[in-house]
Write a protein that binds this ligand. Sequence first.
Ligand SMILES: [Zn+2]
Length: 578
Amino acid sequence: MSKSIPREFIDKLIEMSDIVGIIGTYVDLRQSSGQYRSKCPFHDGDNITTFSVSPQKGIYHCFKCNEGGNVISFLMKYLSLDFLEAVEKLAEINHVEIPRTATKQGPDNSKFFEINKLVANEYFAYLKNEPVSVEYLKKRGLTGETAKDFLIGFAPKVQSQLIEKLREKFDDELLIKSGSFGKGENGLYPFFRNRITFPIFNTKENVIGFGGRSIDEQMPKYLNSKESNFFQKKRELYGFNKARQDKELDFFLVTEGYMDVIMLNQNGINNAVASLGTAFSLYHLENLFKFKNKIIFCFDSDEAGLKAAWRSLNQCINKIYADRTVRFLFLPAGEDPDSFILKNGKEEFLKKAENALVLENFVFQYLKRGKNLESPEDIRLISYELQNLTKNIEADILKETLVNKISKELGVSKEALVALKKSAPKANAQLVEEPSRAKTDKSFLLFIYIYSNFKDLIADKGAINFVINSKEEVLAVVKKVINSISDGSTEHTELALYTEAEMLNLKLSEEDALQEFQRVSDEIQLKYDKNFLNEMKKLAKDKKLSFERKENLQKTLNLSDNISIQEEELIKLLNDYA
Ligand SMILES: [Zn+2]
């Protein structure tokens, strides 16, 4: 039976396991200078430091009785299990299923890696013949050296020569299973066509798949290889093969895209990884924590980025104990690591990273967004959300520091925050999570920010007048802020919404500010101003909208959840715009 568990699965299982967490549930581990130590559970001694666990190496060892091994040998020894039982126990701890149908030896993937490596090299060589792609990469600041370093290539439309060459060595079935080719009516076809290709390496430097970016209208813009037993997005991180070798920085940087990783590397920051178009997972987390105990998540500062950061936090909150830390870096709006480092260089980026939000501050910033800290109702909602987060935390200190922070900020006693009932009515939870509300909040912030910083430039007061005269309840606080800015009083500086808006801290040129203001004004009015739609329809019919305004309106409408018939008419008019 034990032979029927693939070796690879067991390796993966060991790799994903949190050895400190697991041994720590049986033994009282204390952390000191990068090691976790305790009294040895396998011999009778009173020295509390003979037994040590190394999360980096994934092993434990006692220098007195010489007992040692990996997480499986620990479970075998400590719980008196045989090998198979220990594997089952470990799978259970990690919430994964043991693949029962696998073959005796576990799959041999070396042929697939060989194919994919050949394909990657071929695409790399082909890139030179593709001026459009070369131009695109150059424009993004990429050097030839970096392209070589990451083996960035180009998958042409027609790849019959490559396929014939591969067929000399491999049969079709292998080529298909490699993930690089599919089979259609006319035989084999390449999975990536007319795309810039980014080979994805595992930690053993095998090419396990590709990311491909289209250079024409082909959708989706980014495409990844299909999943297989050797390519699983929830386990793999782009750039991890390089980042794990970095010795310069004491943290990993988790970014959102391949180009972030690549451009950071080009600029001397070699600790960055990116997930492969999936959410950050526990596997990712454990892989990173094996090498360094600090992770900085770098997300866009828009609502989508905040949400992604929040999801990642919820994913890892229970894995943050002892000296492990997680921080959150939000770059100025509109910037990602790729664009930021290109403009500002390594030192500036590292300065930003150094000032990344600590977990407690991020939690507060996230929970209070769009909320009014003077409203008892909002305070209750924030408390409820906090409770949802903290009820999963096992590390006492983290719970304490979080509750401390929020308690201070909200003026609610710690006892009340901790003692909140676990089951709040469902309706409340939905209210808090309602996405449209959050999305609107973001536009309010920008609206206020630009108005407060560029007030005198704004000639078109349509949106301002609308907000000031609006009876919409959701606009009440916005109205207060705008009124106070307009009449030059300082009342607005006391309001949380204004403070939050000012935190956007954007470096906008006057021109950009005006354009953004128009966009965000349109967004708000489309949503709340009943006359606005007709006005826009008229302007669209008479072709009196500027190109940017038209584009932005289209985008806004495309993002809207429910399109009314009226809105559909506007969409049609905009689409017909020559
Ligand atoms: Zn011992």
